[in-house]
Write a protein that binds this ligand. Structure first.
Ligand code: AMP
Length: 284
């Protein structure tokens, strides 16, 4: 496995692979890798000849400096996992490499898709994501790139950028890998105390309740959300950042429960922010 930190070496290797006719799959990450990340790698290995993983905790996408400072880093373990899974190249740049001070900042956004969910509660987050991901796309020149559907809004925003700006690549969404109790795997889970980890299991249980009440005939969005909020909040220390029901394509709030809806949630358990998303089909 090749590990590179500078852009020249990265571009040289990619140029060599392109000359040999290899297709490139790219999985951007912020490290502290787990099996959810490895699902992206597996999908990439199935669909392309060479798989690149980037590991970069991107400062511009953190609206809370404390969250950035506390983001877990475990590069040695990450490299071991990537090697085991057969990743071809890990790109491990530092902040100066990705954001040279001499350059003037740029801001990209897809306002329509960022009005709600994390776009609303984390101002500047998607501008940071789009900035780093577009840079990484230019540097890695992938044919296909792989994003987790856990971060569903991110997947939609990146897909829209690729479409809007004619990036010559395909964005592929990968299903969410979950723990045994259904909690979505996340690099942030390691920061949960034992008690908070128990509280976090309310999230998958809430999704189960959401589906059950739909099957039971609930069709009133306001009531549905109230039932789910009550379930999460009664007797627990969890705080809801948002709990919304939106259209899975344009991410605008749904007015009625029909077709497919995205139930999207962000909560704080202690000071750890967790998100999850599921598309739910509403029976006629
Ligand atoms: P992160 O390192 O959290 O920025 O995530 C990097 C990529 O891995 C993103 O595309 C995430 O959506 C994806 N990812 C994170 N957690 C999971 C998971 N549990 N299952 C599948 N993909 C995930």
């Amino acid at each position: 496995m090749i590990v590179v930190s500078n852009i020249q070496e990265l571009k040289k290797q990619i140029g060599d692979w392109k000359k040999e006719g290899f297709s490139i799959g790219f999985c951007p990450t912020m490290g502290s890798l787990h099996l959810g990340h490895m699902d992206l790698v597996e999908a990439s290995k199935k669909e392309t000849n060479k798989t690149i993983v980037s590991i970069f905790v991107n400062p511009t996408q953190f609206n809370d400096p404390k969250d950035f400072a506390q983001y877990p880093v475990k590069t040695d373990d990450d490299l071991r996992l990537c090697e085991e899974k057969g990743v071809d190249l890990v790109f491990l740049p530092d902040v100066k490499t990705m954001y040279p001070e001499t350059k003037t900042p740029i801001s990209l956004s897809i306002p329509e898709l960022q009005k709600h969910l994390c776009g609303r509660t984390r101002p500047g987050h998607f501008e940071g994501v789009l900035q780093i991901v577009s840079k990484l796309f230019h540097l890695t020149e992938p044919n296909k790139t792989f994003f987790g559907l856990k971060d569903y809004q991110q997947f939609r925003v990146i897909s829209a950028m690729v479409e809007n700006l004619n990036f010559p690549l395909e964005v592929i969404g990968v299903p969410t890998r979950r723990e045994e109790d259904g909690l979505a795997m996340s690099s942030r889970n390691v920061r949960l105390s034992r008690k908070d980890r128990e509280t976090a299991s309310l999230i998958p249980r809430m999704f189960a309740l959401a589906k059950k009440t739909i099957l039971g005939g609930e069709r009133e969005i306001r009531l549905w959300k109230e039932i789910l909020r009550d379930f999460l909040l009664t007797g627990s220390s969890l705080r809801i950042d948002y709990l919304e029901v939106v259209d899975p394509i344009d991410l605008q709030p749904k007015e009625s429960l029909e077709g497919e809806v995205l139930l999207a949630i962000a909560v704080f358990v202690g000071d750890v922010r967790l998100i999850d998303n599921q598309i739910i089909s509403i029976p006629n």
